[in-house]
Design a protein around this ligand. Structure first.
Ligand SMILES: *Cc1c(COP(=O)(O)O)cnc(C)c1O
Length: 417
């Protein structure tokens, strides 16, 4: 579309945007099991107001905006508290989990180059580690060595140790990993890193905020953070279970020295000394202000309450999946990620089930291998699971009926557009 000659009015503009949203998933009603997290209308309203206050402010140079320097420092400190960051640990706010992970890959490559003269770096990671690591390897010229997970979907430390060589700069575990929602054996992975003197990143994009609260609620949480010797960096997304506005994550390091490998400074242009903490140049203060606001508004008690709600809903969903003969739960979730596929020999096309759910207004993720549905359960889903399960049953029945009418569609990916 071409830019209109005469602009719309304020009201027309906002109305046009609202019209565009007409067919979007209704996440405020708990209809999205991916992409959005909802800690309550009051939380969203506050995040939006805080975002407004800083949307034009720029964290590229905090000399001009000491407010953003303070906001970043305080947000990172709170995150380090969740991660059991030891004295001397440090971090930066980033735009999201992907940027945090890109920086961990870049920082470890830089560390390998400077401390060990490595020119053909590789990283060793389980097949379950997030796609952002693959992106980082692609961006920064690092070889990705993917090692199969065990039967319980957790990383296999022995096989990972075998894949480490003199050019390995980073070894990775997740707490939890995204696809099946289980926590990798972080102690064993970090022990390899300690033994070989390499960096170890724990991706807690999903678990970094909620795990401390699940532990306090009495759930068994295996060692997963900086309390484990050998873990050198961690990522935690605030725009997930931190329930803040999009564009907020933290990359944390055990020491400032490790953190220094991620930053970039140059004066090789006509614009003077240019330094940046992460990938971005101009960095919106909006997502930073919103994160600070939501964290201070919810406080420890708010996060404990939201963690209890999210976990209650996840457990209800798990029980619902286990009770349905056509479905097979992939793993008991260590947090609130629930993944299931078709029960063996059921012949059910779960991707077609996902499409049928979407026609009923529910959005879930399709993933594989193996073909599975992935649901990120959060506080908004507390109380919504019975309605979801009813529509899940209707969707399964619909898929079975249409497969009976046209057997050629069984188990095919043909319904995925
Ligand atoms: C969401 C997620 C990421 C990527 O984060 P984005 O904010 O989507 O860029 C990485 N790792 C895990 C485990 C995640 O859940």
């Amino acid at each position: 579309m071409a830019l209109r000659t005469t602009g719309l009015s304020h009201d027309e503009t906002l109305q046009a945007l609202d019209d565009l949203k007409a067919h979007d998933v209704r996440w405020r009603e708990g209809r999205a099991f991916t992409l959005t997290y909802h800690g309550g209308d009051d939380v969203v309203a506050l995040a939006e107001q805080a975002y407004q206050r800083f949307s034009t402010e720029n964290a590229l140079n905090t000399e001009a905006f000491p407010s953003l320097r303070t906001i970043q420092a305080e947000v990172v400190d709170i995150a380090l508290g969740w991660l059991d960051g030891p004295p001397g640990s440090a971090g930066f706010m980033t735009s999201g989990g992907t940027e945090s992970i890109l920086l961990a890959v870049k920082g470890s490559r830089e560390r390998g180059r400077k401390e060990r003269n490595i020119t053909t770096p590789n990283i060793v990671l389980p097949t379950s580690a997030h796609a952002a690591f693959e992106k980082g390897c692609y961006y920064f010229g690092v070889e990705s060595r993917r090692i199969s997970v065990r039967d319980d979907w957790r990383a296999d430390p022995d096989a990972m140790a075998d894949a480490v060589d003199d050019n390995t700069v980073l070894i990775v575990g997740s707490a939890p990993q995204y696809p099946q929602g289980v926590i990798d054996p972080i102690e064993a992975i970090a022990a390899i890193a300690l033994d070989r003197g390499i960096s170890c990143h724990v991706d807690a994009c999903m678990g970094g905020v909620i795990l401390p609260y699940l532990a306090r609620l009495g759930h068994a949480v295996p060692p997963w953070n900086f309390a484990v010797d050998g873990v050198t960096s961690m990522s935690v997304d605030l725009h997930k279970f931190g329930y803040t506005a999009k564009g907020a994550s933290v990359i944390a390091y055990r020491t400032k020295q490790l953190r220094a490998y991620q930053t970039y400074v140059t004066d090789n242009w006509l614009g003077g000394v240019y330094g940046s903490s992460g990938i971005l140049g101009t960095k919106s203060g909006g997502s930073m202000g919103a994160a600070w606001a939501v964290m201070n508004y919810l406080g420890d008690e708010g996060y404990l309450r939201l963690a209890a709600s999210a976990r209650r809903a996840a457990e209800e969903l798990v029980a619902g999946v286990q009770a349905r003969k056509m479905l097979s739960l992939r793993a008991l979730p260590d947090t609130c990620l629930v993944t299931f596929g078709a029960a063996e020999d059921s012949g059910l096309d779960v991707f077609a089930v996902a499409d049928a759910l979407w026609r009923r207004g529910w959005f879930v993720d399709k993933q594989g291998p193996p073909a599975s549905l992935h649901l990120t359960v959060n506080a908004v889903h507390d109380g919504k699971i019975p309605a979801f399960l009813a529509d899940l049953d209707a969707s399964i029945a619909e898929v079975i009926a249409s497969a009976a009418a046209d057997p050629a569609t069984m188990g095919s990916y043909g319904t995925v557009e």
